[in-house]
Ligand binder design. Structure first.
Ligand SMILES: *Cc1c(COP(=O)(O)O)cnc(C)c1O
Length: 451
């Protein structure tokens, strides 16, 4: 396939798929670069940030991007330029945000691990520069208190509400099977211990899970405000966490951000009427900003079948090592097939029943039978109804902007981390991360004498 052919087809086929990605952009990139690679849509990311920056609220809102969803510098810079803050899940994430030019005062660190040793100095430095620490356990409180007490630093506290909701059991962060935050039965002790150590808790945080039921997200608003009323007299900010459900597939439904915001606004106003306290609000979307902003582009490298009682398989040159969510969660992602003349042969989100559809299993290139993009939550292969592609066609996996690149299995089968591109608002793609090479993959290995 040459660039000339692409130019011809681009004139007759300016088609888009997913959330406005142009087939010709993807085809042009794949003419010059080997797959797999990720492509992100800058305008879409900006639009999603605006949705949260203008989410209904009573006395001010600060959305924080949960950067574990996607931690690339260019992505962080786009999101920060829209006014979003950062929710960091590790000290390294916080440092990465600072390296991307984001002020520590715009970052809150919510982590299971209080940095020790040399990293404790780095933490102290970031706290002095205004980063907020979100205390997640009694142990953490005692380790962090000396860094905050008498230094005019206030802390946040993550409360474990005892009730949560996630898109799968492993993404529920609020029930008794998950240990994030200070359990509400420990909160009175934590609060009095903080007070004794001269610590002011001015932010209360709850994050009930990822992609859970929006009705549960609403219920948490009332629950969290009741914790604040009962135990946190100094709280000025209520952080309701993230977890806004995002539809990747056509039969899924996204959480209604306006509706959730209206419920929060009314509840926070009502809290003011009851207590005389005006709370600022924070939310922490990750998926809801990035999920549908990104696409994984792979190529069909083989078509196989497993006999008369078996299945037909589409083999791609990228699977679990670049997109782990299907294997990890049974997550479904929409597929688009672009043929070698640049035409969209199949688009999951615009399923045309007139096409020849058949049940196909989509797999990656790793030597692992679980390396499939069509699995259910019990790790069973479930074929997907789609148009059969040809070897050499491009295979685009949508909904791949969050928890794909950042959560990839990296170097399994010694594959190198793939390149990532950003389509600018003018439609032009730029590389935001180069492909890793084999030398980089092995660079930290050391020789052992006598082998
Ligand atoms: C992961 C996480 C989020 C974001 O969850 P999404 O489902 O991506 O919105 C928000 N807050 C905290 C504390 C998290 O750990």
């Amino acid at each position: 396939m040459t660039k000339i052919i692409f130019k011809e087809t681009s004139m007759i086929n300016p088609a888009t798929f997913g959330y406005g990605m142009r087939a010709e952009t993807v085809t042009a990139l794949s003419n010059e670069h080997t797959e797999p690679f990720f492509v992100y849509d800058e305008q879409y990311i900006r639009d999603r940030c605006k949705l949260f920056m203008t989410m209904p609220n009573a006395y001010g809102i600060q959305p924080r991007f949960a950067m574990k969803a996607n931690s690339l510098k260019a992505i962080l810079q786009i999101i920060a330029s829209e006014g979003m803050g950062i929710d960091a899940s590790s000290l390294n994430e916080a440092k990465r945000a600072v390296m991307a030019g984001i002020e520590p005062s715009r970052i809150m660190l919510t982590t299971q691990e209080v940095p020790e040793g040399k990293a404790r100095k780095e933490l102290e430095h970031l706290l002095q520069r205004g980063m907020k620490y979100n205390v997640c356990s009694l142990t953490q409180l005692n380790k962090i208190a000396p860094l905050a007490a008498g230094k005019n630093l206030t802390l946040a506290m993550r409360v474990h509400p005892g009730v949560g909701s996630g898109e799968s059991v492993t993404r529920n962060t609020g029930d008794k099977y998950s240990c994030f935050g200070v359990h509400l039965s420990d909160v009175p002790e934590a609060v009095s211990s903080a007070r004794e150590q001269g610590i002011i808790i001015d932010t209360v945080h709850v994050h009930i899970g990822s992609g859970g039921d929006p009705a549960q997200w609403k219920e948490n608003i009332y629950r969290e405000l009741s914790f604040i009323e009962a135990w946190f007299p100094d709280a000025k900010t209520v952080n309701f966490g993230g977890g806004f459900r995002v539809a990747r597939m056509g039969d899924e439904t996204s959480a209604d951000i306006q509706d959730l915001g209206m419920t929060a606004k009314e509840a926070v106003e009502e809290f003011y009427q009851r207590t005389g306290r005006k709370l600022r609000m924070e939310v922490e979307p990750g998926n809801a900003i990035m999920a549908n902003a990104g696409y994984l582009v792979a190529r069909v490298i083989d078509l196989k079948q497993t006999g008369p009682d078996g299945f037909r398989f589409v083999v791609l040159n990228g699977g679990m090592e670049v997109i782990t969510r299907p294997l990890l969660y049974g997550a479904r992602h929409p597929f688009t097939v672009i043929n070698q003349s640049g035409q969209i042969l199949f688009d999951d989100l615009k399923k045309n029943k007139a096409q020849d559809l058949e049940e196909l299993i989509v797999v990656g290139r790793c030597c692992e039978s679980g390396d499939s993009l069509t699995l259910d939550a019990d790790h069973h292969i479930i074929p997907r109804l789609m148009t059969r592609p040809a070897v050499g066609d491009l295979f685009v996996v949508g909904g791949a902007g969050a928890y794909c690149s950042s959560m990839s299995l990296g170097n399994y089968n010694s594959h190198c981390l793939c390149a990532e591109y950003l389509v600018r608002p003018d439609g032009k793609p730029v590389c935001i991360r180069q492909e890793q090479n084999l030398e980089q993959l092995i660079q930290n290995e050391l020789p052992v004498s006598g082998l």
